[in-house]
Write a protein of this length. Structure first.
Length: 278
């Protein structure tokens, strides 16, 4: 979904699939009077929106050349494809960044990007890290589990490196090392390392990472932690894909009591998912 200021832009779709886009001109007049910068927010749902964004930005530039434009894009599309291995692969993140850069935004504000490569490729980028969301989530879990000891679990060395500085020293930390079949990508097993002596039946686990698809990594991690007696699992991810609804995490027999995320890409509703404000 794309918004100008706080007004959503909802294109009409013709039978051939093309779009008719009407802009809320009163928003631009207000910004000219008050700020001289118009903020466009893009909460990613599909690549089709990239063309909408391109048209919206170009139209504003043509009709209001005196207005600066800033883009709030919490989730960076294509950030997972931050390198190419073979010459026949398209470096989609690079080309996506080139399109964004061509629109001349004075600020591009992103949240907890999956790859540093993406922020290196985008001009005038500003990064909001996940620290405040993690603090919020820790407080929510402590409130929900006042009689349990909170232990932080990072599913791999990448999340450990990325987020450990945002976690209070009061909380023990454990982390996983995944054993994969590198041909299929299948997770064969997970080894738990760190403060494993703090794990028992009186432990509440908070897993932390940047992104979740179906949640297999977290699901298998919970199974391994359960061997230590842990039964109450919580998850924080900045970006949660709607495909989490197709995985095992949210099923009734899952050990997960709640998933915390932002509205960067999650557009559905589920009783076990709590959306934090961006």
């Amino acid at each position: 979904m794309i918004s100008i200021g706080d007004v959503p832009v909802v294109p009409e779709t013709f039978p051939d699939g093309t779009q008719k886009i009407d802009l809320q001109l009163e928003v631009m007049y207000r910004e000219i009077t008050e700020n001289k910068t118009v903020y466009i927010t893009w909460l990613y749902e599909s690549d089709k929106e990239l063309f909408s964004l391109y048209c919206i930005s170009k139209n504003i530039r043509e009709h209001f050349p005196q207005l600066q434009q800033a883009l709030m894009m919490p989730y960076i599309p294509n950030a997972r494809f931050d390198r190419v291995k073979y010459s026949n692969e398209c470096f989609t993140l690079k080309y996506f960044a080139q399109i964004i850069n061509s629109l001349g935004f004075v600020r591009v504000i992103v949240t907890d990007p999956h790859s540093d490569v993406s922020t290196a490729l985008i001009d005038h980028v500003e990064v909001i890290r996940g620290a405040s969301y993690i603090t919020q989530t820790c407080n929510k879990v402590l409130k929900a589990e006042p009689s349990r000891n909170l232990v932080i679990y990072f599913p791999d060395s990448g999340s450990l490196k990325r987020y450990s500085e945002f976690v209070s020293d009061d909380y023990p930390i454990v982390y996983g090392i995944k054993n994969r079949d590198w041909k299929t990508g299948e997770i064969l097993g997970i080894e738990i390392h760190g403060d494993t002596d703090k794990l028992d039946e009186n432990t509440a686990i908070l897993m932390i990472d940047d992104i979740c698809s179906k949640g297999g990594t977290f699901y298998y991690g919970s199974k391994e932690l359960n061997k230590y007696g842990c039964k109450d699992m919580y998850l924080y991810v900045t970006h949660c894909e709607n495909t989490i609804l197709d995985g095992e995490l949210l099923k009734e027999d899952s050990l997960f009591k709640k998933v915390f995320t932002t509205r960067s890409i999650f557009t559905k509703e589920h009783e076990k998912v709590e959306v934090l404000d961006l």
